[in-house]
Design a protein around this ligand. Sequence first.
Ligand code: RIB
Length: 309
Amino acid sequence: MKKKVVVFGSFVVDLTGRPPRLPIPGETVMGSSFAMGPGGKGSNQAVAAHRAGADITLVTKVGRDVFGTVATDFYKKEGMDTSYVFEDEKKETGCALISVDENTAQNEIVVISGACGNITSEDVERSRSLIESAGILLLQLEINFDALCKVVEIAHGAGVTIVLNPAPAAQLPDDVLRRIDIVTPNETEAQVLTGVKIENQADAERAAKVFMDKGVKEVVITLGSLGAFAMNQEKSELVKRLSVEAIDTTGAGDAFNGGFVMALAEGKDLFTALRYGNVTGALSVTKLGTAPSMPLREDIDAMYEKAYG
Ligand code: RIB
């Protein structure tokens, strides 16, 4: 039976422009197109897991404004539960200013968290029974830290498997890390949290050991062009990156996390789930946007079969 997944995280509206190259500080570059759409790491990961076939509920917060309706309209269209999309009376819905290089597909992002940086203890209490009923809880670092700590405490107390995607990169106290079951940083985030600069598999192993010494049970590190690495008490493995034609890499990490938790929720082991994450991330970069670029399960299964079947 599938485990229930709860994603507790950010929704922001992505405002994306596409210039021929990313500007240097102080420079203005003319862009060719603009798009506005649903984003935020928490929401993107929830959408990715939902489209991949997971039973998910997202807890997030928006403002009472037009951007807030971007969230609820999108979730309704996707057939996602909106009961835990809280509204802030005063704070505006968050937004992200994104530039995507038309030639390299690389991006630059500034996030203003808005309402999802103002999740109150009442909001967390209203979500308590949902969190306690989850099989897997997926978190990121775009909500306010006090809310994150409280959510971790509730989930840990209830024996829920906690997956933390520590993005955007930030320091975390050991007291939080020791309650995390699986951590899924990219190489930069892993360096911030462990102090290990990662350039190859041996570095990834060293960083993973630092996490495990702090009490994290299993570690996944995404390594860009090198692929993705996973380690638990029994073994470690580097799985190569899948080659696709990338047009927008924004949200690839979110797609990875969504596909990864979907597979865990279906009872797959860490290394199989890593491959599902890889496929979901690879498919997402072949389309523009973040949440709208998340692939459907049939496409994930087809690529999984081709790559690893
Ligand atoms: O990971 C990509 C996401 O980061 C974007 O959707 C943007 O909203 C930022 O939160």
